[in-house]
Design a binder for this molecule. Structure first.
Ligand code: HEM
Length: 366
């Protein structure tokens, strides 16, 4: 048995409840990761194209995004913490082990994140003064993408107990990042490139509902439509890629599983709808394509999180770790208080997102 022994303290709530909470909060974290990667790419690209003239709608759009990204980062970090806690409760024996094996990289996330965050603020400040900032957004994007790479490596390493001992013998300090797992890079690229489709949906929403000036909204709407349309198709291809590199036993178990079997088809349908609404927005006016794309983007992300959960559970099961077989001693009073606070928290987040989405575009161009 390669997994460390079970924690003697039983779980304070049923496994299914932790799993539901994990899936909901991780879907929200992934949405913000997508918006961050897509937003940084567009801010850098648009600002580079218009770096000599700040009086264009293109500059206005790049500045508008740059100004929103520090807020997106607060959501990204805060929505990452709950799923990390739930994942540690459910899979601690595997996740702690892999985190320690790449410990130097895992801890470096804090510094990379701080650096990337700082660059977001500097870029936003320059945007407010009508100055070029594309290289700052680009540098921040590199930092953010590297954090994503470390996450993908850790979350696939936790599924490979068979390599842990050799990795530890090779470098007990944890200053290593294994590159021999065929599933890591497809997952990493899935996460990074699906950003374009979801950011496209985000742009459609900004174009439809925000108070950014008209020229900027028109521009964002067109980019949003193309990004959601083409990006949706791209993420379908990436989803197939992630599935195709899974071990045969995981593919078979996924196909035969009562719950997880529909997650991949569900993802494909939602990503196709996202693409469809994106292309439709180029032909139709009104709120339907924007809301449709945003809804499909949210559902596609949730489906991807569920499929990913299935891949993890069934891979671990094949290696002797059954996440459902853990002692539980539910403390319902605490659980109910937690759930009430959780729902209230989601309500507050929804309200803040609403206010944030309504923010007027950068004063200079408004
Ligand atoms: C710029 C910052 C970040 C980026 C780009 C990022 C990106 C990612 C990516 C790509 C994954 C999926 C990896 C995979 O399965 O292949 C992931 C998963 C995850 N991230 Fe983030 N992340 C960031 C920051 C954070 C922070 C600060 C936290 C927590 C404090 C966090 C918590 C999580 C959790 C809990 C998971 C999934 C764990 C699980 O498998 O259950 N992330 N993140």
């Amino acid at each position: 048995m390669p997994f460390p022994t079970l924690d003697p303290i039983p779980l304070p709530a049923p496994v299914w409840l932790f799993k539901v909470l994990h899936i909901v909060t991780l879907a929200l974290h992934f949405l913000t990761v997508y918006l961050m990667v897509g937003g940084l790419t567009l801010a850098a690209l648009w600002n580079f194209c218009t770096r000599r003239d700040a009086n264009t709608p293109l500059y206005g759009a790049s500045a508008d995004i740059a100004r929103r990204l520090p807020v997106v980062m607060t959501y990204l970090v805060n929505l990452g913490i709950p799923p990390l806690l739930f994942a540690q409760v459910l899979y601690g024996r595997a996740l702690y082990t892999s985190s320690i094996l790449i410990g130097v990289y895992w801890l470096s996330v804090i510094f990379l994140l701080t650096g990337a965050y700082y660059l977001l603020y500097v870029a936003a400040r320059r945007a407010e003064h009508g100055r070029a900032f594309w290289w700052l957004s680009l540098l921040s994007l590199v930092g953010v993408a590297y954090v994503g790479r470390i996450y993908s490596t850790n979350l696939t390493l936790m599924l490979r107990p068979e390599v842990w001992l050799d990795l530890y013998r090779a470098d007990a300090l944890g200053a290593q990042l294994p590159t021999d797992d065929p599933t890591t890079f497809p997952r990493f690229f899935f996460m990074m490139l699906t950003s374009f489709a979801v950011t496209g949906a985000g742009l459609l929403m900004v174009a439809q509902f925000s108070r950014v000036e008209a020229a900027g909204r028109l521009f964002m709407g067109r980019w949003g439509g193309w990004l959601a349309g083409i990006g949706g198709l791209l993420s379908i291809g990436l989803g197939f890629w992630v599935y195709s590199v899974q071990p045969a036993i995981v593919k078979t178990s996924l196909a035969n599983h009562g719950f997880y079997a529909w997650s991949l088809p569900g993802f494909l349908v939602c990503a196709a709808l996202l693409s469809l609404f994106g292309f439709l927005s180029l032909k139709l006016t009104g709120w339907i394509p924007a809301v449709g794309a945003a809804g499909a983007g949210f559902l596609a992300t949730t489906m991807a999180v569920i499929a990913r959960d299935g891949i993890r559970d069934l891979t671990l099961l094949a290696k002797g770790f059954d996440v459902w077989q853990q002692p539980v001693a539910a403390n319902w009073q605490v659980v109910i208080i937690f759930l009430l606070l959780f729902v209230a928290g989601l309500g507050v987040i929804g309200w803040m997102v609403y206010v944030f989405a309504k923010v007027k575009g950068i004063a200079r161009h408004a």
